[in-house]
Design a protein around this ligand. Structure first.
Ligand code: ADP
Ligand code: MG
Length: 271
């Protein structure tokens, strides 16, 4: 098993993951409260590098909350209390001196509903790099082209880069949002149900794209669609009522789960 520290990890056919060799993100004893609501309880989990990790579980179990902790998107919500550590690049991202804008450049996010800016296709992609100081026109052209290619959208839009992003179809808009996230050269891409608002054809394009992205990026995807998790991910974490119930290779989790609750969920007995 490449990437897994054999000393710490249990073997392929055994139970959950204990440790990766070089996790890109290491979550340690994470707890989160919204006021009195304890939304995440003692989460310990390592995100492997250049793999796709799926977060599954019934509605309200904390999937989105967890995903948002990974690039501090919960900071914007009032009355949130967070304890524990999330180590990225050797540092706890909740340390006081962390620059959140830089963190979000490294750990980008794509949301459920495509949210392009009401600007041209070109400007949607060039915006982030400009904010981060790139002004050279040739360089911006190059970034726009590369990002759109990496998001599997270039061929569909290369002749109309100056038309409004709002005129694209939903699936194209979502790939544009992925291209926009890629334009600032993140290491990690967080996706919260990125295909759930799309028709089956557009959904399958996004899933193919996610599979391609792991060559260069570490991807964490939240989905309530178990078939989707099984199709796109290498590792799957099952959450229930704010707790991490089981985390293992996707194949193992779906074919031979350790916990009764995981089995009940994946066989459709609740959720
Ligand atoms: P999921 O994405 O798995 O559906 P969420 O992370 O959205 O779950 O929600 C987890 C729990 O936290 C739920 O009980 C939800 O009601 C609560 N919650 C989520 N967002 C907020 C918020 N902004 N303020 C207060 N409670 C919230
Ligand atoms: Mg959610």
């Amino acid at each position: 098993m490449p990437g897994i520290n054999v000393k710490n990890a249990l073997s392929d056919d055994s139970s959950s993951i204990k440790a990766f060799n070089n996790p890109i993100i290491d979550v340690e004893n994470l707890n989160l409260w919204y006021g009195e609501t304890h939304a995440l309880s003692d989460i310990n989990l390592e995100i492997p590098e250049k793999q796709v990790t799926a977060i599954i579980g019934p509605s309200g179990c904390g999937k989105s909350t967890f995903l948002r902790t990974l690039n501090r998107m919960n900071d914007r919500i009032p009355n949130v209390k967070i304890e524990g550590k999330i180590i990225y690049d050797g540092t706890n991202i909740y340390d006081r001196d962390i620059d959140v804008a830089t963190l979000r450049k490294e750990i980008g996010m794509v949301f459920q509903k495509p949210n392009p800016f009401p600007k041209s296709i070109f400007e949607n992609i060039a915006y982030g790099p400009k904010v981060h100081g790139i002004t050279n026109k040739d360089k911006l052209n190059e970034i726009v082209e590369t990002s759109l290619k990496n998001a599997a959208l270039w061929d569909e839009v290369k002749d109309r880069l100056n038309s409004s992003a709002m005129d694209l179809s939903g699936g194209q808009q979502q790939r544009l949002c992925i291209a926009r996230a890629l334009a600032v050269e993140p290491k990690v891409l967080l996706m919260d149900e990125p295909a759930s608002a799309l028709d089956p054809v557009a959904m399958s394009k996004i899933e193919d794209l996610i599979y391609e992205l792991k060559k260069d990026y570490s991807v964490v995807i939240v989905t309530h669609n178990m078939q989707e998790a099984a199709r796109v991910s290498d590792y799957t974490a099952f959450f229930h009522l704010g707790e991490l119930i089981e985390y293992s290779k996707t194949k193992k989790l779906f074919e031979n789960p350790e916990k009764k609750m995981t089995e009940e969920y994946i066989t459709g007995r609740f959720g």
